[in-house]
Design a protein around this ligand. Structure first.
Ligand code: PNS
Length: 163
């Protein structure tokens, strides 16, 4: 499919989605006509939620953003882009420490598929936030309500109780 510069993708693991992700997705949806949130099937990561559960949480938490669609993908993000006609990858950058890796990925993705990357500075409210930290806090009974929507909090607390 021909890439469309007005269509963007926010790729990630989203295990689970946090307010930091939702801030980037929502700001991306103001800038582009159509936004895909693409959940990567990552075999090497020890995921708490299955891909289907992550998609479900993303669908619920982005339901107020009419131009946002949710899907999963295996393999390269540039292949997702060519399958869906997406011309731009949008990535949130929390701090300089994220930048180094994101720059390498952006250069690789441009080389592999000619797909541009836009790096969006994270809202400072969420500059320290990551799914791993939220999972760790939840595991030890910490209050995660400032970091994730209620539905995610509920599912995470339930899941941690089972383990
Ligand atoms: O939320 P994460 O785990 O930081 O997301 C990382 C992700 C999924 C965006 C990145 O690993 C990715 O794009 N993976 C797909 C494989 C790929 O295209 N790699 C980049 C070129 S080698």
């Amino acid at each position: 499919m021909k890439p469309e510069a007005r269509h963007a993708v926010c790729p990630g693991s989203f295990d689970p989605v946090t307010y930091g992700h939702l801030d980037i997705i929502s700001r991306t949806s103001q800038l582009y006509d159509e936004v895909w949130v693409a959940v990567f099937h990552n075999a090497s990561k020890n995921a708490v939620f299955s891909v289907e559960e992550r998609l479900e949480l993303l669908r619920e938490t982005t339901s107020d953003m009419p131009n946002v669609r949710v899907a999963s993908f295996k393999g390269l993000v540039v292949d997702f882009c060519s399958e869906h006609g997406v011309g731009v990858i949008v990535k949130g950058v929390r701090a300089v420490s994220d930048f180094d890796y994101e720059l390498q990925m952006a250069q690789m993705n441009y080389g592999l598929g000619g797909v541009e990357t836009v790096m969006m500075p994270t809202n400072p409210l969420y500059s320290f936030l990551s799914s791993s930290m939220v999972k760790d806090a939840a595991k030890w009974g910490g209050d995660i309500s400032p970091h994730v929507p209620e539905v995610v909090q509920r599912r995470l607390v339930e899941r941690m109780r089972q383990d």
